[in-house]
Design a protein around this ligand. Structure first.
Ligand code: SF4
Ligand code: SF4
Length: 90
């Protein structure tokens, strides 16, 4: 999702990782990914460049083949609870 070439959505700091042992190539994840980051042939392949770590595919996968893993290159995840604790302490 970009406007005038500028990304409008920030990464969660995670990316989706597929387990080849579990994936049944049903393509449900490909259909639902809002960033078109998944392509399915013999199994799902996630493009980590375009994956925003939203987790939609994780919820949609019927076989629990998708999980979110940290990608250090995508920045530090926003921890709202930690921010609230810091604000309460100050
Ligand atoms: S985590 Fe979100 S952006 Fe990444 S592959 Fe899954 S649905 Fe697409
Ligand atoms: S939804 Fe799950 S089982 Fe289906 S293609 Fe995607 S990763 Fe594989």
């Amino acid at each position: 999702m970009a406007r005038h070439g500028v990304p409008m959505v920030a990464s969660s700091g995670y990316v989706a990782e597929m387990d080849e042992e579990v994936c049944e190539a049903c393509a449900a994840c490909e259909e639902i990914c809002p960033f078109e980051a998944i392509h399915v042939k013999e199994a799902a392949v996630v493009n980590w460049e375009t994956c925003m770590g939203c987790g939609v595919c994780v919820e949609r996968c019927p076989g629990e083949a998708m999980t979110l893993v940290r990608d250090e290159g995508k920045g530090i995840p926003l921890d709202v609870r930690l921010l609230a604790e810091e604000q309460a302490a100050s």
